[in-house]
Design a protein around this ligand. Structure first.
Ligand code: ZN
Ligand code: ZN
Length: 165
């Protein structure tokens, strides 16, 4: 089978396993029940290489036969945020997107205003510049999400705009 980008999704992910261990121990420490539904939300996010909103997560889990309510999805996302296992990003769709954070480098999102495409850019220069700015202002950085809105090359393509993420 030829190596394609798509295979990235299927590779057994050490980071996902570690994130799950971290989640389980945090829930234990906080006296929370480690339910299958909560673990399913974490797994779904870590299996995905994109940015998901709460509704997308809910539908994906429902389609997989996970008996979960919207309220549980939202509540679990709050827990994952609190334990630094997901980051929240506003990609300009009037709702919040979530993505995995454990073992993921902080990055810049370049969001296309026309087709909604999201490019992820990691650059050590960006991180070190932000660290310097934080140091200069006596601020302790934890993580960041940055969004930059503009136009990708889609307007030069003849195809119709694809659906946003
Ligand atoms: Zn575009
Ligand atoms: Zn991202």
């Amino acid at each position: 089978m030829p190596v394609t980008l798509r295979q990235k999704h299927k590779k057994p992910d050490v980071k996902a396993k570690l994130a799950e261990e971290h989640f389980r121990s945090e829930m234990k420490d906080h006296g929370l029940r480690c339910t299958l539904e909560r673990i399913a939300v974490l797994r779904e996010i870590y299996e995905s290489n994109s940015h998901l909103d709460a509704d997308e997560l809910f539908v994906k889990l429902k389609n997989k036969g996970v008996g979960i309510s919207r309220a549980t999805v939202y509540h679990t996302l709050d827990l994952l945020l609190k334990f630094h296992l997901v980051t929240r990003t506003d990609l300009g769709h009037k709702h919040t997107h979530y993505e995995k954070a454990y073992g993921v480098e902080n990055h810049l999102h370049m969001v296309c205003n026309v087709c909604g495409r999201v490019l992820e850019i990691s650059d050590s220069r960006l991180s070190s510049m932000l660290e310097t700015l934080c140091r200069q202002n006596g601020f302790e950085p934890e993580n960041f999400t940055l969004q930059l809105f503009g136009n990708c090359s889609c307007s030069q393509e003849t195809s119709l705009p694809s659906k946003h993420s």
